[in-house]
Design a protein around this ligand. Sequence first.
Ligand code: GAR
Length: 190
Amino acid sequence: MTKKRVAVLISGRGSNLQALLDAEQDAYEIALVVSNVPDAAGLDRARERGVEAIALDHKPYGKDRAAFERDLDALLIERRIEIVALAGFMRVLTPYFVRAWAGRLINIHPSLLPKFPGTKTHERALAAGETEHGATVHLVVEEVDAGEIIGQASMPILPGDTPETLAERLLAVEHALYPRCLAKLAAHLA
Ligand code: GAR
């Protein structure tokens, strides 16, 4: 099986990117990392592994999201990318980009979707009195955090948990989940 060429889009720390790099396996290779934030720490994680890492700052594009996405799309096509994995990429993508990559664009979200789409998922899980929390890897569709679920992993919420302790514990769950789901999609695509 030829490995699927994956681009990971990030905006910051990149710990999920690191997990994807560490777990690279038969089904996929991380061929490119793109950050919309020029000084994102995740860019260095990629470069340390010899993976091409490009900063594509969204700021010069102002409100023209379509122009930013056209340049991003052109870059992905030029590098012969087959799957795009969002890993802490903090920009909502427009229908243009989502349609162009439909079925090959995935995201990791820090909640057990369909519970708690959007932001502040840890705070909201605690406020709702949930007894468990988790992460979801899903296909990206136009509606935010609403696409087909590829995989989920959960963990208990413990007495005394705060949004910070939950976020920290959940990261380890995410790091185990994301590579497994990416490999599943890569193996499934023709
Ligand atoms: C992760 O917890 C990820 O689930 C979340 O951002 C964090 C990125 O951390 N993503 C979202 O909230 C997407 N809406 P990382 O940069 O260390 O991977």
